[in-house]
Design a protein around this ligand. Structure first.
Ligand SMILES: Cc1cc2nc3c(=O)[nH]c(=O)nc-3n(C[C@H](O)[C@H](O)[C@H](O)COP(=O)(O)OP(=O)(O)OC[C@H]3O[C@@H](n4cnc5c(N)ncnc54)[C@H](O)[C@@H]3O)c2cc1C
Ligand code: FES
Length: 435
């Protein structure tokens, strides 16, 4: 054997050893993380179980806490006390709300949202429609006001002929100081879990920062010593809200670690000053920044971020129970955005499902192309209330007289027994709905 061949064999053997050692190291690291998580679960003993669920298609997870009744029933009057523009592009505005009846303001769990009902008149048809939308509370619970922070939603990119977001633009253009609004009590299952003082990691993408602000303000105002990591992803300084507020908190609290990520910084944005990381918040950044120990993760942001980050956290070894996440959409008419698939021949099982709307006296064969029962009802001229179209506001709750439904994502709204949320459900069998 020549010296060259021998050297090559030795080199390949060393390379193989290094690769095997690296793979073993990675495997051990994941095992350590999972062992640590289960040891801490054992120590926690019978403390409240808080399962968070997830799947590739599901974008909302919830804490399965006991159901507290809402602070008030239905909608209640609030007055806009003030408005504050939060970004340089003037596309994100905070609204401070006080109750019309002057009663003490019920508290809420940081991370929860308010549901608004607005009467909006179409400038072209002059028709007035009732629109329901949810907005997260963006400050800690205060005795005298609630705050929501709303981003003006433009038409979809390259579709400027489509009207911009109806409710968010109405807030920006018409909701002024002194105006009265109809508001449902704070609700939602995405909120700060306080049963154990684990370090927490908050990931807010774009306007998904709002529930994180409430969580941060609540923890730091209360003098909590929990380690708090905030990863806030925005395009650049134009969209970066509450910059000074967050920097002031960081200077005042050693347990608050601020990581701002700009995906497309402007020339004037200074790395290390205005932002810490160039790019999106991703699993690589979290792994490089966080210590190998158990954390609670809270994630809220655009769909793409949620769909990549949440599974990546699980792959990294984070226990599902330690991941909480919430999606802000969709609100308007997803059916208009999708190209309708070619009408194919439904299979036998699909043909068999009939949905009966008892009040309207209509029986309709389930259309497998329909996104949800809400869409089926709308397509067939059956009037059903709707708001968020994401299982959050409860507007589309409908009595189920017979049959069963499957949820396409976990409902966030509390559902009364014998009812279902049409916006996120599909029939599992023949159904009769009171609609
Ligand atoms: C739990 C929860 C909390 C939330 N918290 C916040 C928050 O804190 N801050 C915040 O800003 N938002 C928040 N949201 C999102 C908010 O509720 C609304 O979804 C958002 O403001 C958009 O509503 P809109 O009425 O302005 O837009 P929509 O009218 O619902 O329109 C949405 C998009 O669809 C497009 N569109 C309209 N009509 C059509 C059509 N015919 N065809 C195709 N496209 C169309 C619009 O141009 C727009 O781009 C939250 C949502 C949920 C569910
Ligand atoms: S429309 Fe909000 S829960 Fe269905």
């Amino acid at each position: 054997m020549s010296t060259g061949t021998l050297a090559l064999i030795i080199f390949v053997a060393i390379l193989a050893q290094v690769a095997i050692a690296a793979l073993i190291g990675l495997y051990r690291r994941k095992q350590q993380y999972q062992d640590l998580a289960s040891r801490m679960d054992e120590l926690q003993g019978a403390a409240e179980p808080q399962p968070a669920t997830s799947s590739a298609a599901v974008t909302v997870s919830s804490e399965a806490a006991g159901k507290a009744p809402p602070a008030w029933q239905g909608f209640k009057g609030f007055v806009v006390q003030r408005r504050v523009m939060e970004d340089t592009a003037e596309s994100i505005c905070s609204f401070y709300l006080v109750p019309v009846d002057g009663q003490p303001l019920p508290s809420f769990k940081p991370g929860q949202f308010l549901t608004f009902k607005l009467q909006i008149t179409d400038p072209i048809t002059c028709e007035t429609k009732s629109i329901v939308r949810c907005y997260s509370l963006s400050d800690s619970p205060q005795p005298d006001y609630y705050r929501v922070t709303i981003k003006r939603v433009p038409p979809p990119a390259n579709q400027q002929d489509i009207p911009p977001g109806c409710c968010s633009n109405y807030f920006h253009d018409h909701v002024q100081k002194g105006m009265q609004l109809s508001v449902k009590a704070p609700s939602g299952h995405f909120y700060l879990v306080e049963r154990e003082p684990l370090p927490i990691v908050l990931v807010g993408g774009g306007i998904g920062i709002t529930p994180m602000l409430s969580i941060i303000n609540t923890l730091l105002n209360s003098g909590s010593s929990r380690e708090i990591w905030l990863f806030y992803g925005v395009r650049n300084g134009t969209d970066h809200i509450m910059k000074r507020h967050l920097e002031t908190l960081q200077q005042a609290h050693a347990n608050f670690h601020l990581h701002i990520c700009y995906s497309r910084p402007r020339e004037t944005d200074k790395e290390g000053v205005d932002y810490q990381h160039r790019g999106h918040v991703d699993i690589k950044l979290l792994r490089l920044t966080l210590q190998l120990k158990r954390h609670q993760f809270y994630v809220c942001g655009p769909r793409a971020m949620m769909e990549s980050l949440v599974p990546a956290l699980e792959t990294w070894g984070v226990a599902t129970d330690d991941i909480y996440y919430e999606s802000f959409g969709p609100a308007t008419l997803p059916k208009h955005k999708r190209a309708k698939p070619q009408a194919g021949k439904p299979d036998a099982a699909e043909q068999a499902i009939t949905v009966t709307f008892s009040k309207s006296g209509k029986s309709i064969v389930w259309n497998p192309d329909a996104e949800s029962l809400l869409e089926l009802a709308e397509d067939n001229g059956i009037e059903v209330d709707s708001g968020c179209r994401a299982g959050s506001c409860g507007s589309c709750q409908t009595a189920l007289e017979s049959g069963e439904v499957d949820y396409t994502q976990e409902p966030d709204a509390d559902i009364e027994a014998g009812h279902c949320l049409l916006c996120i459900s599909k029939p599992k069998s023949d159904l009769t709905l009171t609609a």
